[in-house]
Design a protein around this ligand. Structure first.
Ligand SMILES: *Cc1c(COP(=O)(O)O)cnc(C)c1O
Length: 363
């Protein structure tokens, strides 16, 4: 069978050259005589893989030297607890911008551990935009401010980096990491589950400024303590070895194309094809305010839930997979991460035109 265009929000497409290289090295990695899946994480050959992975990610994102890169498990959802357990250590206060479901979950989890409030929210508008904030939006003694940079379910992205003054800014970047350059120095901590844009599920990346490490609550589970993970180079226990290896191949793939500037250009081109079409017609509705549109997750509806269902079903039959919107919002969502080729987006727009022609609405 031919490979399809997979618009899944995650796990999602991986670059074909990465899969091909992994397949080639599957049985025997270099001259180790074994698969990466089979080797000890303490072996010199694996040590080189994880060190290379970190070095490539540092190069790609231009991560300053005073930041640690951690390769963890548990998904972004585990960070919803790990962040407050590590960082709520001075005033015990944290301010959350709630711009979607994941930031809502992060907020709720953090409330278990301290004085945690919502600084701004777009819930009343069904999360169709990212709320604006300024320094006065946050409590000056907050230990950190938390945002979700790209809202996977609603298809919105922060059009700005919040100005928090001296308060460390923490960002969940699960669905937009390495899709474009970001100034890491503007953040105290960045975390991301790997399965959207980096690797198979099972790996979580944490990029954290060194001065924020080492003041965790005493009762923190060892596995969630950034200082333990940093001291042990992410090898306190067995790391998600194979995922880290695939992540390394993905970083190399982007570096070879010219880095994140080039990646951004490609992603901008892809999402413009979809948004330009959406803006040029009135059959489909794109609910997100233009300024807050995501480059990675593009949401739209027909306005008729039966038609939406038919759309996803017929698209699927044509090899355009997983276009059904998140179960909590309905409609359609095209997740077009780094690995989605431009041809996939072009094919989707062709299909959208056909579908609109063949399925006129009642009024
Ligand atoms: C997918 C996603 C999550 C949840 O990630 P898990 O790795 O499944 O825990 C959290 N935040 C964002 C922005 C996501 O896209």
């Amino acid at each position: 069978m031919e490979r399809v265009y997979n618009f899944s929000a995650g796990p999602s497409m991986l670059p074909l050259p990465v899969l091909e290289k992994a397949a080639k090295e599957m049985m025997c990695y270099e001259d180790s005589g074994m698969s990466v899946m089979e080797m000890s994480h303490r072996s010199p050959v694996y040590d080189k893989i994880i060190k290379d992975a970190e070095a490539k990610l540092r190069e790609l994102m231009q991560i300053p030297d005073n930041y640690k890169v951690l390769f963890l498990q548990g998904g972004a959802s585990t960070q919803f607890a790990a962040v407050p357990l590590n960082l709520l250590n001075k005033s015990g206060k944290a301010d959350y911008i709630v711009s979607g479901q994941f930031s809502g979950k992060a907020f709720k989890e953090a409330q278990k551990y301290g004085d945690v409030v919502t600084a701004a929210s777009s819930k009343d508008a069904n999360f169709t935009f990212v709320p604006k904030t300024d320094r006065n939006s946050f409590r000056p003694d907050a230990d950190y401010v938390h945002i979700c940079f790209n809202n996977t379910i609603y298809g919105t992205k922060f059009p700005y980096i919040p100005d928090t003054g001296d308060i460390p800014l923490v960002a969940d970047m699960s669905s937009c990491i390495i899709s474009e350059p970001v100034d890491v120095s503007k953040f105290g901590l960045i975390y991301a589950g790997a399965q959207k844009n980096m690797a198979p599920a099972g790996l979580t990346i944490v990029i954290v400024r060194e001065d924020l490490i080492g003041n965790a609550k005493e009762m923190i589970p060892t596995m969630l303590d950034y200082s333990v993970m940093a001291e042990n180079d992410s090898m306190y226990n067995t790391p998600p070895c194979y995922c880290i290896y695939i992540a390394k191949l993905v970083y190399e793939w982007i570096l070879e194309m010219g880095g994140l500037e080039e990646m951004k250009k490609y992603n901008e081109k892809k999402c413009a094809i979809l948004y330009d079409y959406l803006d040029s017609q009135d059959y489909y509705i794109a609910p997100v305010e233009k300024e807050s549109r995501s480059m990675m997750n593009v949401t739209f509806v027909t306005g008729d839930s039966e038609l939406d269902k038919k759309f996803a079903k017929e698209a699927d039959a044509q090899g355009l997979k997983n276009l059904k919107g998140h179960r909590s919002v309905g409609g359609m969502r095209a997740s077009i991460y780094n690995a989605m080729p431009i041809e996939g987006v072009e094919k989707l727009v062709e299909f959208m035109k056909e579908f609109a022609k063949n399925n006129p609405k009642a009024n």
